[in-house]
Design a protein around this ligand. Structure first.
Ligand code: PMP
Length: 377
């Protein structure tokens, strides 16, 4: 999601300023180089019907999109697809809401509690509560939750701090939704094929096409898949087919880059580009934080990446930066005073001494951020 604090800005320059939103514009440089591999022409008569595949649980999903999602997961090995229903949503944000709807019992006396371990993605509480649903409500940090009936949101690698996470609650009546938006080789080693009941993904973070507004869910249970589909039907009657076809084209181009067996492997390899960039940016950031002496960062972790076949570091899409100066309690305010826009830790259920900084901005903006940060004492 765009930075929710950004909507309060009136000045477009502020919105685009260094480090604040999670806009994945870093990937533009890659897609500029791929020629027509991800280009798409849609004739005027195409994609006009509401329907795509009436035999599928997700009747508005383009079969080509379904195929390319499964193909990419098989290529990367980050999630199981056999035996799963694929569902398409307008961003994974819509599917997150669909999951809350599908997992909340309609006949419960009380709204179902929605929890996540702090620091949690700031949109979870905002999206859960903005319509004041009678079905579910935000109940904060999963670690302090007491009760049997809940929906736990598990984001791994985690937004904002990049931590690798598992569910912390385990009651029989509880449900988990795994948000795997960042479980891709540019950000983290692919250590296992995830096979949770509900897994959410998005092109916003995998390929950088946030503006296409396409996400997908891998769902084991047919009834849950049916209810999630019902939510999207009631909410938007389906998902833009034009966007689905574009996403299918883009995902296909990514898989083609690694299609060694099919002979189609190209020199345009998204995850190689992404990993190179992230390694370089994290190196720059750690050097700048050390030069400044005023900030600390989470320790680097690494693991064996089954996709790259080598040991790889965790290079999160966000930096969870702590201001170590004794006289600074509001790190976001302090950085804003030095022309660095970040999102405060308190929006993630954490201490305001922490801020979240996007690592996915364009090179020029990222370079300015680094030089400003390094000069702070
Ligand atoms: N989950 C997480 C953890 C995210 O960081 C984001 C985007 N910031 C989303 C979901 C939303 O993605 P989409 O653009 O597909 O709605």
């Amino acid at each position: 999601m765009p930075d929710s604090s950004a909507v309060h800005f009136t000045n477009a320059f502020d919105i685009r300023s260094v480090g604040c939103s999670g806009d994945p514009t870093m990937f533009e440089a890659f897609w500029r180089e791929t020629g027509d591999a991800a280009e798409l022409v849609i004739p005027g008569w195409q994609t006009m019907s509401y329907f795509s595949d009436v035999g599928n649980v997700c009747w508005f999903m383009e079969p080509l999109f379904d195929q390319q999602v499964r193909r990419l997961h098989r290529t990367v090995g980050n999630a199981a697809v056999d035996g799963y229903h694929v569902l398409v949503g307008t961003g994974s944000t819509q599917l997150f809401m669909a999951a809350l709807y599908a997992l909340s019992p309609a006949d419960a006396d009380q709204p179902t509690s929605v929890v996540s371990t702090a620091p949690y993605y700031s949109s979870y509480p905002a999206v859960t509560d903005f319509l004041r649903s009678g079905l579910f409500r935000w109940a904060g940090d999963a670690n302090s939750f007491v009760g049997d009936s809940y929906i736990e949101l598990v984001c791994s690698p985690n937004n904002p701090d990049g931590a690798i996470r598992d569910a912390v609650l385990s009651s029989g009546a509880g449900k988990a939704v795994h948000d795997l938006a960042y479980y891709w080789p540019q950000y983290t080693p692919i250590t296992r094929r995830a096979d949770h009941d509900i897994m959410l993904f998005t092109v916003s973070k995998s390929t950088g096409h946030a503006g296409t507004r396409i996400g997908w869910a891998l769902v084991k249970d047919r009834e849950v898949a049916r209810r999630m589909t019902k939510f999207v039907e009631l909410n938007t009657i389906g998902v833009s087919k034009d966007s689905q076809l574009r996403a299918a084209k883009v995902l296909g181009a990514v898989s083609d880059g690694y299609d060694v067996g099919g002979g189609g492997a190209s020199r345009h390899r998204l995850f190689d580009f992404g990993r190179r960039k992230m390694v370089e940016r994290w190196r720059m950031l750690r050097e700048a934080a050390a030069a400044s002496g005023a900030f600390s960062l989470p320790a680097e972790t690494s693991g064996q990446c089954n996709f790259a076949n080598e040991t790889a570091a965790n290079n999160p899409a966000f930096a969870w930066l702590r201001c170590d100066r004794e006289d600074v309690e509001d790190c976001a305010g302090f950085l804003r005073g030095h022309k660095i826009l970040t999102r405060s830790g308190n929006q993630f259920g954490a201490d305001p001494r922490y801020v979240r900084v996007s690592m996915l901005d364009r090179d020029d903006a990222y370079d300015i951020f680094i030089s400003r940060l390094a000069s702070l004492k």
